[in-house]
Design a protein around this ligand. Structure first.
Ligand code: RIB
Ligand code: CA
Length: 311
């Protein structure tokens, strides 16, 4: 089994929390850092949630660093109707005694990329402000990052932030534009596949061997998330977007990737933050992303539950 060095950039966030639990349950993953960004709630609340989650997941050896508090250009937006005002739905975790990493998330990303050149995969499951800032602060890290896997964007599926945009891109479209154009080995996991992965109460019933506090956390966090999906999107269950992006690090077979040239709309009144792909290669540009357009839903849910049951 080859061990992958991963930095997860995240805005916990209910589905982020599930992704962090999945990473903790995956021996193939050597989590090098958790870097926190604004997004589902303020960066301060996301960082507080991350510090509590590393104790729940027994990841206290992993540094947690505070990152960007606002997008590069647009105003800060948060999604407390989706994740609750604390960011973890109805879940309540014990106060953490773990301290934040003493430097900014961008400094930690740059430090680790130089420490482990060509070894680190960035798993980006929130707005991309931290990675964009890191590439602007130190452009030399771009060729040294092995791969970027991002839960972001939507191709044919309706947007969840606006009719045409996905939340992570909508929060900071300028940051996503920088990342898409940087020249990374970039894999994108859009709503087209994540919204097929609907976590339901029946899945919780299958979590029979996980620690009780893990199951209670998942139950309380996803109950809020399911209520949001029902009330706002008329969906039975909740789309576990971020865990799918995490899962493909270990199980790439769960999705089918297509090579696309992707662009991000930065202006416009109705389509800002829309992610478009040149499917028919009409523009003649070289592909800059690999986009997951098909998913083995049952295989992913089985994998997710099997791993959580090992916690
Ligand atoms: O659009 C879904 C994404 O936005 C997920 O990463 C969720 O956590 C929110 O950040
Ligand atoms: Ca997220």
């Amino acid at each position: 089994m080859s061990i992958q060095r991963i930095i997860v950039d995240t805005d916990p966030g209910i589905d982020d929390a599930l992704a962090i639990l999945l990473l903790a349950a995956s021996p193939e993953i050597s989590l090098q850092a958790i870097t926190v960004t604004h997004g589902n709630t303020t960066v301060e609340k996301c960082a507080s949630n991350a510090l509590q989650l590393v104790e729940l997941a027994r990841l206290t050896h992993v540094p947690v660093a505070l990152g960007a508090s606002t997008p590069l250009v647009r105003e800060l937006g948060i999604a407390e109707e989706t994740h609750g005002d604390g960011g973890l739905g109805y879940a309540v975790l014990p106060r953490s005694s773990t301290q934040l990493y003493p430097k900014h998330a961008v400094d930690l990303i740059i430090h680790l990329i130089h420490k482990y050149p060509n070894e680190i995969t960035m798993l980006c499951i929130g707005p991309m402000t931290n990675l964009a800032l890191a590439t602007r602060r130190d452009p030399s890290i771009v060729p040294l990052i092995k791969r970027v896997v991002s839960m972001a964007g939507t191709i044919h599926y309706p947007g969840n932030a606006t009719p045409s945009s996905e939340y992570n891109v909508f929060c900071d479209p300028h940051a996503y534009d920088i990342v898409v154009r940087a020249g990374f080995d970039l894999t994108v996991v859009p709503l087209d596949v994540t919204y097929q992965c609907l976590f339901q109460k029946s899945h919780i019933a299958r979590m029979t061997t996980a620690r009780p506090e893990i199951v209670k956390f998942i139950e309380d966090a996803t109950r809020f998330y399911m209520e949001f999906h029902d009330e706002y999107q008329n969906i039975d269950g909740c789309a576990i977007n971020d865990p799918l992006a995490a899962a493909i690090l270990v199980r790439p077979d769960l999705v089918e990737l297509l090579d696309y040239h992707m662009t991000v709309e930065l202006s416009g009144k109705h389509a800002r933050a829309k992610t478009s792909v040149d499917h028919f290669k009409a523009m003649g540009f070289a592909p800059n992303t690999k986009v997951a357009m098909k998913v083995n839903v049952e295989g992913f849910m089985d994998f997710f539950i099997e791993r959580i049951n090992n916690l």
